[in-house]
Design a protein around this ligand. Structure first.
Ligand code: AMP
Length: 450
């Protein structure tokens, strides 16, 4: 089947060929005829399947050539990165049409988004939180809305966006075309689809999400404390060129980036504590090849779309099987090939076993020849919190003991107690509480998640 089968407007055919797409992917083959006919769609689509064009092309086909202002289509997505990526796709495919569009998400200035909404751009690609804020401020009008898309609905559920989505739904006209895309279809999403879709075309709904074909999976067993060393070793050996590396937490992403930096490997990180401009700059530098490694957490992983990304490395095994599918889906996009390597410490074995059940086979274990698995690590990526507090206490106790000796010596020599004496008394009062407070907050930050 070719794109010509869909009778798309010539402006869109040009957009498609500009992007170098020759044949529609399976999800596009299944969804495009239904969506172009105006039907509601419920699609279980993996990331990397080409699902964005499956909903963007019908929107553009509906809106091209229409000149009246007013927001006609709304795409809701879980993350800023994904919103930005969908918008890029929309701009590229619609380059020769006159459809206007804007993104709406947090972490950037509200003014331009507010103006775009007030002006009634044709298509809005938004994350739920910022959109609700702007709706609350009376900036957004959806009375002319014709199409609603929920993308990565399962991730929106995971992120607690379902109540926000229902609040947004209440502001939209009931008569519209609705398309729901989700990698997996857990019960709350099935319920949501029942509430919001009318006689939908069901695409791939039977199949549980599995990682895209074309990905080779490998497990590298390694003691937790040697993970950083193993990663540096893989990068040094040129076994891996550019790689997207996933860690469990923001803190671990930061620490790992420091280790790589020290080893002379160009890298940056994206996670929830990074500002939107920082994330965009990091992603751009990685996409254009200026960085060899991008370290990311799961929250930031959706929407990372890098052409020809050959390697995804799970520095930490993801806690959720779906996260594994989404992480490794960053490579082998649109039926290309890629490799997904997962570092597995003995504690991670149960988590990898759950992943293997979904992948449908045992993933090959590999060891790296010449790597010293028995070596004592120079430093752990994370020093356990109790150890860090104990070290600080020992250091402070040493300082106090030395200060006491000095004070006694000065007293013996008849030196009046001066500034040094004040310092001595200041330490015990200030340091332990201060140190504790500092570490407690860094611990909380780590636990605050991804
Ligand atoms: P998506 O699943 O929508 O995020 O798309 C994954 C990747 O596949 C993106 O890089 C798209 O540009 C690419 N893609 C989408 N449709 C096609 C197609 N028909 N042929 C080749 N690549 C495509």
């Amino acid at each position: 089947m070719s794109f010509s089968a869909f009778n798309l407007d010539p402006s869109l055919v040009r957009g498609i060929s500009d992007l170098g797409f020759t044949d529609p992917t399976p999800i596009q083959q299944a969804a495009l005829p239904e969506a172009l006919a105006g039907r509601d769609v419920l699609a279980a689509a993996q990331t990397g399947s080409g699902k964005t064009a499956a909903f963007v092309l019908p929107i553009l086909q509906r809106l091209h050539g229409r000149t009246e202002p007013g927001t006609r289509a709304l795409v809701l997505t879980p993350t800023r990165e994904l919103a930005a990526q969908i918008h890029e796709h929309l701009l590229a495919l619609g380059r020769h049409s006159r459809v206007t569009s804007a993104t709406v998400f947090g972490g950037v200035k509200q003014g331009p988004q507010e103006r775009a909404l007030r002006a009634g751009v044709n298509v809005v690609v938004a994350t739920p939180g910022r959109l609700l804020d702007l709706i609350g401020q009376g900036c957004a009008r959806f009375d002319r809305l014709e199409v609603l898309v929920l993308d990565e609905a399962d991730r929106m559920l995971d992120m607690g966006f379902l109540p926000d989505i229902r609040r947004i739904l209440a502001k939209l006209p009931a008569s519209r075309q609705t398309m729901l895309f989700s990698a997996t279809l857990p019960q709350p999403i099935v319920q949501l689809s029942r509430d919001m879709l009318r006689d939908p075309a069901r695409i791939n709904v039977e199949r549980r999400a599995t990682p895209a074909t074309g990905i080779s999976h490998a497990v590298l067993p390694v003691p937790e404390k040697l993970k950083s060393k193993l990663l540096v070793e893989l990068l040094r050996r040129d076994e891996v060129g550019t790689a997207l590396v996933f860690t469990r937490t923001k803190h671990r992403a930061n620490r790992l980036a420091l280790v790589l930096d020290k080893a002379g490997i160009s890298c940056d990180r994206i996670h929830g504590n990074r500002s939107q401009p920082q994330r965009e700059a990091a992603l751009k530098a990685f996409k254009t090849g200026r960085l060899r490694v991008l370290v990311a957490t799961d929250l930031a992983s959706r929407g990372i779309d890098v052409a020809d990304l050959p390697h995804v490395i799970n520095f930490d095994v993801p806690a959720q099987v779906d996260d594994y599918i989404h992480r490794v889906g960053r490579t082998a996009r649109a039926e290309a090939t890629g490799s997904a390597v997962t570092f597995v410490s003995p504690d991670d074995e149960p988590a990898i076993a759950a992943i293997e059940r979904v992948v449908g086979r045992r993933i090959a274990r590999r060891t790296i020849d010449g790597f010293d698995y028995a070596e004592k690590p120079a430093a752990a990526l994370e020093v356990p919190i109790a150890e860090r507090i104990a070290a600080i206490r020992a250091q402070k106790a040493g300082e106090r003991a030395r200060a006491k000796v000095n004070a006694e010596r000065r007293a013996r020599n008849g030196t009046p107690s001066g500034s040094a004496g004040n310092k001595v008394s200041a330490h015990p009062a200030a340091a332990p509480g201060g140190a504790r407070a500092r570490y407690r907050s860094s611990n909380q930050r780590r636990n605050a998640g991804r």
